[in-house]
Design a protein around this ligand. Structure first.
Ligand SMILES: [Cu+2]
Length: 145
């Protein structure tokens, strides 16, 4: 008689164990699915391009009296960073048509500017010091559609 009661109790305990185990597993599964849906929704609301804007970076080297490179090409809407590195003399870099100008710096220094290229066209960049522009210290920023 005692043996039968023991077996019945054992079966109940095992049964309850299996039931609880399965129940917990189901809860975990549904939690995972909910998280996936939330992730997908967040990605739809915030496009990845808005979370990490791409910066197009250029280094322009200045000497007496020219820039290298002489042409910079970007696309409309690009965030552009120009690092002006002066190797010789006292210069700056101003972009005509954009409200962009670096600091005036001496050889061995650099100054950078960052802006959004929000209009298309060809824009001359040049040095505002003395008559450097007339001596050839200029280049062209090309913003394409
Ligand atoms: Cu100059």
């Amino acid at each position: 008689m005692n043996k039968i009661i023991t077996i019945v109790v054992l079966l109940i305990v095992i049964g309850a164990g299996i039931f609880l185990y399965n129940d917990r597993k189901t809860n975990q599964d549904s939690r995972t699915i909910t998280t996936d849906i939330e992730t997908v929704r967040l990605e739809n609301i915030v496009p990845s391009s808005a979370m990490s804007p791409t910066v197009k970076e250029f280094t322009v080297v200045g000497t007496n009296f020219s820039y290298e490179p002489k042409i910079i090409t970007v696309k409309k809407g690009d965030t552009v960073k120009i690092i002006f590195k002066d190797n010789e003399g006292f210069h700056d870099l101003k972009i005509s048509g954009y409200d962009v100008i670096t600091e005036r710096i001496n050889a061995g220094s650099e100054s950078s500017v960052q802006f959004v290229a929000d209009k298309t066209g060809n824009f001359e960049y040049f040095c505002t010091v003395g008559n450097h522009r007339a001596q050839g210290m200029k280049g062209t920023l090309v913003v394409t559609e």
